[in-house]
Design a protein around this ligand. Structure first.
Ligand code: RAT
Ligand code: ZN
Length: 415
């Protein structure tokens, strides 16, 4: 067995992390045949909602003025304000720069003309493959809303045109807006009632089973508000306990909880108007304790919750922490979270997901995350060498493979 010398360690870890294909376990991307949901191209990249939020830090217009513009005008404005009149220092801005650079485009350009010409020459099927190849993403998981009309059409016609796009059955309407869900379920022929009377629970279960059969999702998922409590006397607890968790258990489809959103603190900004709140880790522990035969994927939005999540994962083998979500997806915070996870959990977690909404974003989100993950692993291995352990490249590759794909594959039973 050949062991790694300290001076070669950085190189070996970096090579390993760059070479390992990743499974991107949570995105908002869609295969090309989900058009118009499948977003790609420069105008989409530049009007990402993270950048819309940043526009209002440096532009004096109003949200009403912004929303009255066409997408092209919005992109031109954001480009001018955040990339020409200011240095694109923020993580979301830097991401656009990295995407342009990956395609050999000039990120210092005064306007988007050259980039628009480039993207208009791409054909979706090839371009999608090309982007996934550049990002070294082997498979990715979409966010699939069974109440969406386009989704219903695509799934009834046989599902994604590209098999690398896997499904996640998103439960938000059901768990976060029960009156609306009752309307939609009733319209779909399910016999459900606001007060849960009659066949309601059975019918919700029928709805879930039918969509699991159709989509073959790798997991079910919900984003939950920061003040989520379990159990309580809400319809959410009832639905979880009587329909969703039994379905998840019996069908062996893990349940993902993404907790910590404060929705629409500034509703004028649309998707850019959400914020963060501290969540209750006792509720996560309660769910895991009450349902030992269920598997959970959990990510929390508040930085202050991350240590608690690591502790909870040490107590519950059915809890898999994942990703540095949304406002946490910044290099300094990814470094901190990944470091504490390695120190408390070894390699038994899923360090990151991209949350990409626009195809090309996987290029920068994974470029940036891989770099931080490599830094953290390097520092951890260095400590291990100092403590006297020998280390081979095969061992590093084994850890990296677990982190970037193996843990998820095993958790969801993906072969
Ligand atoms: O990260 C985001 O783009 C958010 O707007 C949300 O989509 C969040 O990731 C979610 O899945 O709810
Ligand atoms: Zn998301």
């Amino acid at each position: 067995m050949e062991y790694i010398q300290t001076e070669n360690l950085r190189n070996e870890v970096e090579q390993s992390v760059l070479a390992a294909p990743v499974i991107d376990i949570h995105t908002h991307l869609f295969a090309p045949n989900f058009e118009p949901l499948a977003l790609w191209g420069i105008d989409e990249v530049v009007t990402y909602h993270y950048l819309i939020a940043e526009l209002f830090r440096s532009w004096n217009g109003t949200p009403e003025q912004f929303w009255a513009m066409s997408k092209t005008q919005q992109a031109d404005l954001i480009w001018n304000v955040l990339f020409v009149r200011n240095t694109p220092l923020s993580e979301a801005c830097r991401g656009v720069v990295a995407v342009l650079t990956a395609f050999g485009l000039d990120s210092s350009a005064p306007d988007l003309r050259e980039a628009r010409e480039f993207f208009s020459r791409q054909t979706p099927d090839e371009h999608f493959e090309n982007v996934l190849r550049i990002a070294n993403v082997s498979e990715l998981v979409m966010t699939n809303d069974p109440f969406n009309k386009t989704e219903q059409r695509v799934w009834s016609e046989g599902g994604p045109s590209n098999p690398k796009f896997r499904a996640a059955l998103r439960m938000d309407p059901l768990l976060n807006d029960w009156p609306l869900a009752v309307e939609k379920l009733s319209a779909g022929g399910y016999e459900v009632h606001q007060d849960f009377s009659g066949r309601t629970v059975k019918e919700v279960r029928r709805f879930l089973d039918e969509w699991i059969e159709l989509m073959r999702p790798l997991y079910m998922a919900v984003s939950l508000p920061w003040d989520f409590r379990y159990p309580d006397d809400s319809t959410r607890t009832k639905l979880l306990r009587e329909a969703i968790l039994p379905a998840s258990r019996e069908q062996k489809v893990p349940f993902a909880m993404m907790i910590g959103v404060a929705r629409a603190v500034n509703p004028l900004l649309g998707d850019a108007g959400d914020a963060v709140g501290h969540s209750d880790i006792r509720s996560v522990e309660y769910v895991c304790r009450e349902n030992p035969d269920n598997r959970f994927l959990v990510t929390l939005l508040s930085r202050e919750n991350q240590h608690e999540l690591c502790v909870a994962a040490r107590k519950f083998g059915n809890l898999m922490p994942f990703g540095c979500w949304w406002f946490l997806n910044n290099p300094s915070i990814i470094a901190e979270i990944t470091c504490e996870r390695v120190e408390m959990l070894g390699a038994s977690f899923i360090p990151q997901h991209s949350d990409a909404r626009i195809l090309e974003q996987v290029i920068y989100k994974w470029k940036h995350s891989r770099r931080v993950i490599a830094d953290v692993l390097h520092a951890s291995y260095l400590e291990l060498l100092h403590d006297g352990r020998r280390l081979s490249r095969a061992e590093i590759d084994r850890d990296v493979a677990r982190l970037l794909s193996g843990n998820f594959r095993e958790w969801v039973g993906l072969t």
